[in-house]
Design a binder for this molecule. Structure first.
Ligand code: NAD
Length: 434
């Protein structure tokens, strides 16, 4: 059992904090957002993440999980202090380390005895050393270790991913910090990758850039499939059985969004540039991704014979992926304004992201069910592959549409089924059913 202080209670800080407490540690989560902390104390969760509510409540009740805005109190007995604040992109694509720096200064000011200060936020290579300098300057001593422990959880399955982590990357420069962090991760019975701090920082960017590359790669293959009459879902199946390739991340669609891949690929390009290296592959991965989301728009234009003005379009799914209300860099943010500017009337439905989406998309009109969205629509576009959409009664859906046109950015349905139902069905990397 360890005393842990987690700074920043967003997706990463809150989920890691609650999971560390659930395996028996005493965890105090700190945030500067007073409203968030007041709510969390009552068990009100600021984000949508399956299973999080119950786990937070359980650990509050068992007195292992605490929330505060007072860093000093939270750090008092902590052996490990985890930095999990945001590192959003600057205009240049570089990671903005403003929040990390502010936290490092506060930690330094409150550091009275030895602690391991761990960076969980995704930060450019070299940040660990930089943080060490800031803390030492503020504290006036060096009785601490810094370490890197990048996070790999996925929003939507964050608790499962943490409890069943496939590896923990631990970047350290002392045996003491290595032992503390190895012990902390022992209950997860996972693969420990022990490295120096720079290598640990690099692993996170390399992993995310590689996953983004897989997505853009299969999307380009999908685009070729459309031109030559092949089916990308079968191509992916045929590729995925090869262990060297693997099945994951080979679903063609409208590309990646979210708070991590766009930001981290950009930051890696910047890290490379600053080191005098032109990271060509990842630049192309980004370019392909930026274009890919518009495939659904192009397919809609084709389906409606170029005439979108005055048409009613149903949008199913707003979040960047299922099981989250996170709208950061979601394709819907680009697609819906484009439809608006063409004069279309857009009615959107998402099981959980509508509130957040309204903050991001001007003039967004939402309805309370997919049935309401598709009623009298000239076409329906699927942007997020929520399970709820997989389970739709397609016969009924077709009867509600003014024209049976479905543009599916996530390849959710078999072509044969859509053909039998009599849909005009355009998806990604497969033949269009007309
Ligand atoms: P987030 O924006 O959801 O949460 C950040 C939290 O930090 C906010 O609650 C904010 O109020 C708080 N904060 C900011 N300044 C603070 C300060 N001085 N003191 C205390 N709290 C402060 O961010 P997130 O999505 O949890 O991401 C955090 C980091 O983890 C980022 O570097 C991100 O790249 C990385 N990451 C995110 C994910 C993900 O899926 N979201 C996955 C892996 C890694």
């Amino acid at each position: 059992m360890m005393n842990i202080c987690v700074i920043g209670t967003g997706y990463v800080g809150l989920v890691s904090g609650v999971c560390f407490s659930d395996i028996g540690n005493n965890v105090t989560c700190v945030d500067i957002d007073e409203n968030k902390i007041e709510n969390l104390k009552k068990g009100i969760i600021p984000i949508y993440e399956p299973g999080l509510d119950e786990l937070v409540l359980k650990n509050i009740e068992e007195n292992r999980l605490h929330f505060t805005t007072e860093l000093q109190t939270a750090m008092n007995d902590a052996e490990v202090v985890i930095i999990a604040v945001g590192t959003p992109p600057k205009e240049t694509g570089e990671a903005d380390l403003r929040f990390v720096e502010a936290v490092a200064r506060s930690i330094g000011k409150n550091l009275t005895d030895y602690k391991v200060i761990v960076t969980k936020s995704t930060v450019p290579v070299g940040t660990g050393k930089w943080i060490k300098g800031i803390i030492a300057e503020e504290a006036g001593h060096s009785n601490f270790d810094v370490a890197s422990n990048p996070e790999f959880l996925r929003e939507g399955s964050a608790i499962y991913d943490t409890m069943n982590m496939e590896r923990a990357v631990i970047g350290v420069e002392s045996d003491k910090a290595k032992d503390v962090l190895s012990n902390l991760h022992e209950p997860f019975q996972t693969n420990l990758v022990i490295a120096d701090i720079e290598t640990a920082e690099m692993i996170k960017y390399a992993a995310n850039a590689f996953l983004a590359t897989k997505i853009s790669f299969i999307n380009e293959i999908a685009n070729i499939c459309e031109l030559v009459g092949a089916d990308v879902t079968k191509v992916a199946e045929g590729m995925g059985h090869d262990n060297r390739i693997g099945k994951a991340f080979l679903s063609a669609g409208i590309g990646y969004g979210g708070s991590c891949f766009p930001k981290d690929t950009n930051a890696l390009i910047n890290i490379a540039e600053n080191a005098g290296y032109n990271l060509k592959i990842v630049k192309d991965v980004e370019n392909v991704n930026a274009q890919q989301r518009y495939r659904v728009y192009d397919k809609l234009v084709e389906a409606l014979n170029g005439d979108i003005s005055g048409k009613r379009i149903a949008i199913l799914g707003l979040a960047f992926k299922p099981n989250t209300d996170d709208m950061r860099a979601a394709p819907s943010i680009d697609i819906i304004p484009k439809l608006h500017s063409d004069g279309a009337e857009v009615l959107a439905y998402d099981p959980v992201a509508m509130k957040n989406a309204k903050k991001e998309i001007a003039g967004l009109q939402t309805v309370e069910s997919y049935e309401q969205a598709v009623q009298d629509a000239d076409a329906v576009i699927i942007l997020t592959d929520w399970n709820e959409f997989k389970e739709m009664d397609l016969q009924d859906l077709k009867s509600k549409l003014r024209h049976p046109v479905m543009i599916d950015g996530r390849n959710m349905f078999p072509l044969e089924q859509m053909e039998n139902l009599g849909f005009y069905y355009a998806s990604i990397g497969r033949k269009t059913v007309k």
